[in-house]
Ligand binder design. Sequence first.
Ligand code: PLP
Length: 428
Amino acid sequence: MQYYSLNNKKHSVSFEEAVINGLAPDRGLYFPNNIPKLDPYFFETIESLSNEEIAFQVMQPYIGNEIPENELKKIISETLFFDFPLIEVEKNVFSLELFHGPTMAFKDVGARFMSRCLGYFNKDKDTQNTVLVATSGDTGGAVASGFLGVKGVNVVILYPSKKVSDIQERQLTTLGQNIIALEVDGVFDDCQDMVKKAFLDNDLKHKNLTSANSINIARWLPQMFYFFFAYKELKKYNKPILSSCPSGNFGNICAGILAKKMGLPITHFIATTNANDTVPRFLENGIYDPKPSVATISNAMDVGNPSNFVRIQEMYANDLKEFEKDFSSYSYSDEETKKIMQTIYSSSNYIAEPHGAVGYLGLKRELEFQEESVGFFLETAHPIKFLDIVEPVLSINLEVPEQIKSVLNKEKQSTKIKTYQELKDYLM
Ligand SMILES: *Cc1c(COP(=O)(O)O)cnc(C)c1O
């Protein structure tokens, strides 16, 4: 499979180059030259397939012969070694729990998959790649854990000072080895801007920089798996299927839409956001008008200018009418989020953390218009990762899972920076 730059269809590269570059030289995001269609037989028999088998069928056409079959199977099995339970919260409403991985965030899947692809491409080389990543919360920890000890890769993580939770901060600042954390005096968008700038900086060319945000195809594409796993469980209801994604950079939902274009029978997608409502406003008035991000209790979605939205627009050839048939987008305040967390807990005894709760809100809204459907929202993090909010809002004490206990007593190691120049000096 070749990947073209969304800024220039004539510039296309292999899977390996796209993974190593992260972003095309003209700043465009990469996109597959064609979207493979899965055989209807695959969907007819999906119940009989394991998660690993599903993932292999979905991913293989995007890689072609660049990674041999047995190596790809190994990468997938190292990526998907935990469960993705679909929990019935109430009638027709399901939570797809994506948080049972090593850092208890859905980003574990993309980070592990990408790191192992890079490890494969580096296996016979002496080059050093530097993975540069901006995080609004969960990416950092997942990338740190996913890339820890991977051959030929150094990881530099930028995170906004005091805008990530204590556990999130520890997950990305305590590992050491090839993982370095830079604490930026600013918001997430400042971190993301610095990363984008570094990729375009000719002085840094020789550093082999790449990204591990969802702009990187090896981070982004494996997120399709979730939607196939949910379909496998929901198929038996024989109803239209709605999927609500709590959205920040829109990587997850964009992967879901790509899965639909491959033939996955999910009827409708809902991108649910917090107060960072660039996309809901776009759907209302047709004007894409990004604003600086504002801080909310669902901080992993505090993104003012979602980088994957251009990929979604590409899939609909910028046709808003077609797009609206498959897609809705709603925004919710922190107050609404807290209130619904309490309602879900009291009526279903289910603990939703703020991101999942936002997803639930969007799903319920759409179900009002599409009553005959069944739906799932993505629960993108374990409640413990947002315990500062979950515990007081629900008046409960959460039990600390093993994965988290192991980071709580480790020392934070980070370097404070404020300007792009400081980042550059650091990388040089
Ligand atoms: C990253 C993240 C999101 C947003 O996902 P996108 O793919 O960027 O839209 C939602 N919830 C949590 C917990 C996250 O870490």
